[in-house]
Design a protein around this ligand. Structure first.
Ligand SMILES: [Zn+2]
Length: 320
């Protein structure tokens, strides 16, 4: 009986030990496994988050490049607007000053009674320069071109053609931006010699005549124009204004007939006529007017049409 109880006791103890072992094993297993599972889960979460982050970063980079592209476009647009505003200001200024200076009334007696006419074209080269040169060649007439700076191949060919066909070439302005050129004496001469050097490089000829943008009596200039004229004279450059304006400056909108009439009636009035015309991209009427002018004037007796040279009498709106 005691023996039986004893066995039963032993059996119970073994069972308890077995249970305890199981508990220890499960606890140990759980202690190791839980962090592993948690780590794996965290790993997945991290991977997912990383992938999302990369996607967001890619989208951000894409948006940034779109923003960059847009701001570049805005910059370009702003530049174009500034360019056109500047151009408009210059053209407006030229129109105003030309209006003020039209037909200044100055004349110079020729002594021999022969009328002398000097046709001058400002602001070229342009898309019409070839046509103007063709018409002048057809009538065997030489004229004067007061040019601006243009580095295109077409313009280079036109500077050369003007000279090779016996016309005079003079300085008008490199940039033709009145507010910049007339801001200071330094700015004026910088622009002047930029064009003078450029024409010399392209053609081998250094111009010794000039037409001041807007004329010597323009109202835009911040500097003393008489001083500019004197300094140019000292450097061997002679300035010419005009006593007849064709009236073809921007904003007038005159027909070819009206331009021709302005010129012809002016020539009828004066002994010496320095005629202001324009060689510009929207000056088709001037081309047509030129033919009418030459049709009328080349047939006349005791009238010469000549290019401006150093012997040409000076017509200048200001005294210096
Ligand atoms: Zn001009």
């Amino acid at each position: 009986m005691v023996e039986q109880e004893d066995r039963q006791l032993q059996k119970n103890r073994r069972k308890r030990v077995e249970r305890l072992k199981k508990i220890i094993l499960i606890t140990a297993f759980a202690t190791i496994l839980t962090p592993v599972i948690v780590s794996i889960c965290l790993g997945f979460l991290l991977y997912g988050a990383n992938a999302r982050l990369r996607k967001i970063e890619a989208e951000k980079a894409d948006m940034q490049s779109q923003v960059d592209e847009l701001s570049l476009k805005i910059d370009n647009l702003q530049e174009s607007i500034t360019f056109y505003e500047e151009k408009q200001k210059s053209e407006q200024a030229e129109t105003e000053t030309v209006l003020e200076n039209e037909n200044s009334g100055q004349d110079i007696m020729t002594g021999d009674g022969i009328k002398r006419v000097y046709l001058t074209f400002d602001d070229g080269p342009s898309r019409y320069t070839d046509q103007i040169l063709d018409i002048l060649a057809e009538y065997h007439v030489k004229a004067t071109f007061f040019v601006v700076g243009d580095t295109s191949e077409e313009a280079k060919a036109l500077y050369k053609r003007i000279i090779s066909e016996g016309h005079s070439i003079g300085i008008h302005s490199y940039s033709h931006k009145y507010h910049e050129i007339y801001a200071s004496e330094e700015a004026f001469f910088e622009d002047f010699y930029l064009l003078s050097d450029y024409i010399f490089d392209v053609t081998g000829v250094r111009p010794d005549i000039c037409r001041l943008p807007g004329g010597s009596s323009n109202t835009v200039s911040q500097i003393d124009m008489a001083e500019i004229v004197n300094q140019l004279n000292a450097q061997g450059v002679t300035c010419y204004d005009w006593n007849i304006s064709g009236g073809d400056a921007d904003g007038h909108g005159l027909s070819a007939e009206q331009i021709a009439l302005n010129v012809i009636s002016g020539v009828d009035t004066f002994q010496t006529s320095i005629v202001l015309l324009h060689d510009g991209k929207d000056k088709a009427q001037t081309v047509d007017a030129l033919r009418m002018i030459l049709d009328e004037l080349t047939g006349r007796q005791e009238l010469e049409i000549k290019p401006i040279t150093e012997e040409t009498p000076i017509i200048l709106h200001i005294t210096h």
